[in-house]
Design a protein around this ligand. Structure first.
Ligand SMILES: [Mg+2]
Length: 333
């Protein structure tokens, strides 16, 4: 499979998971009572706390920020703190961040500090939630086969809003996993190993903060994923033992869990992540970005690609052009 297919798969996978998980409720029982298995794109129920009123197939902050970062890094010729600042602040303003229900707590605090003129390295010094990981997949795509470099650049993507060792660890895990997933001979085992390496290396960057080990949470989640129990039982265990709150440790751990449960198939991974509930769109976006980079664009269902392309928000990011740009940058063309 060629690099272009894997880059496209990573970007479309990010959006696939985001849109598939978007309607899920916070609580698994409420999700299953309402939908059963979520087997396709669905609109968010009107009473959804964050996504009420969104149509089927709509991406959210996760993919919008990821694509905004990708665009800014292509314009800058690589990953820089300045490009990260510009991408996130521009996204916040473009989407009416002051009123938006889906700006996360660390991102809002960081953006408001940046707008007050704070140094970018100070603005994010307390950011420890999952926004750092939900948007970082393009950094992995920019470093095929180079997980250590991916972790270093993942930290630069964290700085303005999530400059803590906990967030850098979570983002490093995802970027390193994507950087290996996008290589031709990637396996699920090598992707998980890269994630654990990235978590350990990423933890050496940023403000020393409080939070448990991302690496160990990934290991725990993979153990649950590999149990012989029915999928619903394993999803319950992931929800209860790993967690799917805004904690980046939980989110990244759970994402690796559903990635392994779904054997790296993007649509299966998305379905599991959606039905896991909690911050489902974020878990799904992360897991499916990795899965899409692993299996390439042809593994993303055609109906999903068509639905995403037909959505005005997704279309506004011109993802095929982002994929072209990433391929050119990494191949030195
Ligand atoms: Mg979201």
């Amino acid at each position: 499979m060629n690099l272009k297919s894997k880059i496209l798969g990573g970007l479309y996978g990010q959006a696939l998971g985001d849109a598939w998980g978007m309607p899920a409720y916070f609580d698994p029982d409420q999700t299953w009572r309402t939908f059963g298995w979520i087997t396709t794109f669905l609109p968010a129920p009107a009473d959804h706390e964050v996504h009420g009123g969104l149509p089927a197939g709509r991406i959210t902050d996760d993919s919008e920020q990821a694509f905004s970062l990708a665009r800014a890094y292509l314009a800058a010729g690589g990953v820089t703190v300045d490009a990260s600042v510009k991408a996130i602040v521009d996204w916040y303003d473009r989407t009416g961040g002051d009123q938006s229900r889906y700006v996360g707590p660390s991102t809002r605090r960081g953006v408001l500090a940046l707008k007050r003129g704070e140094d970018p390295y100070q603005a994010g010094r307390m950011g420890d939630t999952n926004g750092a990981a939900m948007r970082v997949s393009p950094v992995g795509l920019l470093h095929p086969g180079a997980p250590v470099a991916a972790v270093e650049d993942a930290y630069l993507s964290c700085v303005p809003t999530h400059n803590t060792n906990v967030a850098s660890s979570g983002a490093g895990a995802v970027a390193a996993a994507v950087s290996i997933a996008v290589t031709p001979d990637a396996t699920l085992d090598s992707i998980v190993a890269a994630g654990i390496l990235g978590a350990e290396l990423g933890r050496k960057r940023g403000t020393v903060w409080l939070g448990p080990s991302v690496a160990r949470r990934i290991e725990m989640a993979v153990q649950i994923a590999l149990r012989p129990d029915e999928p619903l039982v394993r999803l319950r265990d992931l929800y209860a033992d790993i967690g799917t709150s805004l904690s980046i440790v939980e989110t990244v751990g759970a994402a690796f869990g559903v990635l392994v449960m779904g054997k790296g198939d993007p649509a299966t991974v998305a379905m599991y992540a959606a039905n896991l509930s909690g911050d489902a769109d974020t878990v799904a976006a992360i897991a499916c970005a990795i899965a899409g980079a692993y299996q390439g664009i042809d593994a993303i269902p055609e109906w999903a690609v068509a639905a995403l392309n037909a959505d005005e928000i997704f279309a506004s990011y011109d993802v095929p052009a982002l994929a072209d740009g990433i391929e050119k940058l990494v191949s030195g063309a």
